[in-house]
Ligand binder design. Structure first.
Ligand code: NDP
Length: 329
């Protein structure tokens, strides 16, 4: 089978094509407590950039040089066992390869429930679930909130903005890079206003479109977080989801935290895996919204394992709308 290997860690945290290599590799034996899965879709995620380095600036393990990368994937079981039969669809953590030998305990059977399989890595998978937990748990979303979402045309952001509206926000604002993405937010995804942070400083954009926000869903950090702190109302809340703008830089916006004191702002970081108890309710609600036509699930799909690295690098550079995926086989 073929898999994407980490050839050499990137210098200064900025990955390039030469850091990776697609290699032929043995599938290896399949033990009794394992299944053989033919991967259909694999995810490329911002957190994989952190995993290419050796620092602790991510929430799983670092990738290993001369070993295959890993990450979420969905596939069809081609050799099953008594617990998961051949033909079942499973979601697991061994992406970046065409065929995966997966421990049964590390595979979740997916019933597609009438929805295209790839959405189970997108709006019905970890990005959608991140948006849901971030709004409700970290952000304490309340009916009537004015909500601001950054990286709003991406996988988590496009879900967060739409979920906020469906869960009772009074107004939803998004920021994204470029005029096409800004137009997508208001024309297709139901945002009330959009900021193209490449054509104006995000602070200016926020002042232009909002008198005050109650909840900021932060995917970006940096200037976005600073601008939001200045635009939040009294008792405002920030759900700290990710800091994609801060390559290898974890300096908090300390000079601006006086805003948090003055306005009694709560900043809450969260990691999606701590909220599994919400998973069933999340899936039921999202399936309902999709069936009712109230939710748009965007994705950008590249094809073939040879294009997986390109998809990953393009995603970091804003080359995706909605969830960035690679279709395999
Ligand atoms: P996206 O689909 O949003 O893709 C990344 C997007 O980030 C790009 O499309 C690009 O959009 C934007 N971006 C890249 N660089 C910058 C920059 N310098 N400033 C502003 N925007 C930038 O990825 P995901 O939806 O998968 O992830 C979104 C965030 O959520 C990430 O920060 C990720 O780490 C975080 N996350 C956190 C989890 C948690 O448990 N806390 C779980 C999963 C994800 P544009 O063209 O608009 O710039």
């Amino acid at each position: 089978t073929r898999a994407v290997f980490l050839r050499k860690r990137p210098d200064a945290g900025v990955p390039k094509p030469e850091n990776f290599e697609v290699r032929e590799t043995d599938v290896g034996p399949v033990r009794g407590d394992q299944i053989l899965v033919e991967n259909r879709y694999m995810s490329v995620d911002p957190s994989m950039r952190g995993r290419l380095g050796t620092s602790e600036m991510h929430y799983t393990t670092s990738f290993v040089e001369d070993a295959p990368l890993d990450g979420s994937a969905i596939g069809v079981v081609v050799r099953g066992n008594d617990r998961i039969p051949a033909g079942a669809c499973v979601r697991h953590r061994l992406g970046w390869r065409d065929l995966a030998v997966v421990d049964v305990d590390a595979a979740a059977v997916i019933e597609p429930r009438g929805v295209d399989l790839h959405h189970w890595l997108g709006v019905l998978g970890q990005p959608g679930f991140t948006a849901y937990c971030g709004l409700l748990r970290a952000g304490g979303l309340r009916a009537g909130d004015e909500v601001f979402v950054s990286a709003a045309a991406g996988a988590v952001g496009s879900a967060a903005g739409q979920f906020a509206r469906l869960l009772g926000a009074s107004r939803v604002i998004g920021s994204a890079g470029g005029p096409a993405k800004a137009a997508l937010l208001t024309e297709r995804l139901g945002f009330d206003a959009a900021i193209d942070y490449r054509s104006e400083p995000v602070a200016d954009g926020l002042r232009r479109v909002s008198d005050g926000i109650d909840l900021y869903f932060d995917n970006v950090g940096g200037d976005h977080l600073i601008a939001a702190l200045h635009r939040l109302r009294m008792n405002g809340r920030v759900a700290l989801c990710g800091m994609i703008s801060a390559v290898g830089d974890d300096r908090p916006p300390v000079d601006h935290l006086m805003q948090a004191i003055l306005k009694r702002i709560t900043l809450t970081g969260f990691i999606v895996r701590d909220h599994e108890d919400l998973r069933a309710e999340f899936e039921d609600r999202v399936l309902g919204w999709l069936a009712a036509g109230e939710l748009v699930a965007e994705s950008t799909i590249h094809r073939g394992i040879d294009n997986a690295v390109e998809a990953f690098l393009a995603m970091l550079d804003g080359g995706n709308v909605g969830k960035m995926l690679v279709e395999l086989n």
